[in-house]
Design a protein around this ligand. Structure first.
Ligand SMILES: [Zn+2]
Length: 298
């Protein structure tokens, strides 16, 4: 692991302890020639070209959004600003009103659809979790996208190209992935993380879809990965994520064939994976993955 990544991981831990639901000010890390990251909750990626800047994700609520706008403006080489969101969950999309009016907001059709159907429900849900969330999510106004795409759109930012693409449901129905071609940096939203169990909160998530997407991401041979949560890493995170999820899917299917209930399998595999993957710190979301595997085998 490079010195840079170790430094990023250390600053990530610090940022989280200072502001558990936020994006820290003055904490931009350079990831590659054109890509920068703010490590926080969630991590934010900023891609800077000579013609335009692309921001990936907004932070939770307008106050976090405003931090990101300030950092993006410091880095930008030209006034044109694109904004995209990896999925509709509040910490990734509800800061959008803080962005200047001329910002071009881009999303996959599937994600916008999901935002229209469930965006308000998730703002309520997140608000109910803590007083801090509630305050951050007060007066959120979602703005309509300026540009939507079905499968893929390529942005020429000037000397650097960002591919924005949608490959189907995984964490949500509308997960978007971004690949910065010249720098070989993958910005995978929640789909590739560093030793964090895949989060499948409800019936819109798909273990099968997630694995199929990881197969396609492996063909990119990304050099670096900027996940939305947790520590940044190199391209090996894709294979690591795939191996964990495939192992879990295989074990869940085996228990299902033996007639074990989904709930019981969730408990058994949480214990089993705790000893098998000791450095994966939070196995709380594992039982939900098992539920999805069971639902998908029917
Ligand atoms: Zn999410």
């Amino acid at each position: 692991m490079t010195k840079l990544l170790i430094a990023v991981m250390a600053s990530a831990a610090l940022a989280r302890s200072q502001n558990p639901q936020g994006v820290p000010e003055n904490a931009v890390t350079r990831v590659s020639e054109h890509v920068y990251a703010i490590v926080g909750f969630p991590n934010i990626a900023i891609v800077v070209g000579s013609r335009a800047t692309l921001v990936v994700d907004t932070g939770m609520g307008p106050r976090n959004g405003a931090v990101i706008v300030r950092e993006a403006q410091k880095l930008a080489k030209a006034p044109a600003l694109y904004l995209t969101t990896t999925h509709f969950h509040p910490e990734h999309a509800t800061g959008e009103q803080a962005f200047p009016p001329q910002t071009i907001l881009i999303r996959p059709v599937a994600q916008q659809d999901e935002m229209d159907r469930r965006g308000a429900e998730y703002i309520q849900l997140f608000s109910s979790r803590s007083a801090q969330n509630k305050e951050l999510l007060q007066n959120v106004k979602l703005r309509p996208p300026d540009l939507v795409f079905d499968r893929e759109i390529k942005l020429d930012l000037g000397g650097v190209t960002a591919r924005l693409f949608w490959l189907g449901a995984a964490h949500t129905k509308g997960d978007e992935l971004i690949f910065v071609e010249e720098d070989s940096v993958l910005i995978p939203g929640d789909l590739v993380q560093n030793k964090l169990v895949p989060n499948m909160p409800n019936e819109d998530a798909s273990a099968q879809g997630w694995l199929a997407i990881l197969d396609q991401l492996e063909t990119l041979h990304a050099r670096l990965v900027v996940p939305d949560h947790g520590a940044l890493g190199d391209g090996s995170l894709v294979a690591q994520e795939r191996a964990f999820l495939a192992d879990l899917q295989g074990r869940a299917r085996a228990l299902e064939r033996q007639g074990v209930s989904a709930d019981e399998a969730g408990r058994m595999l949480t214990t089993e994976f705790q000893s098998k993957y000791p450095d994966w710190t939070n196995l709380g979301p594992l039982a939900n993955v098992v539920r999805r595997v069971y639902a998908e085998s029917r």
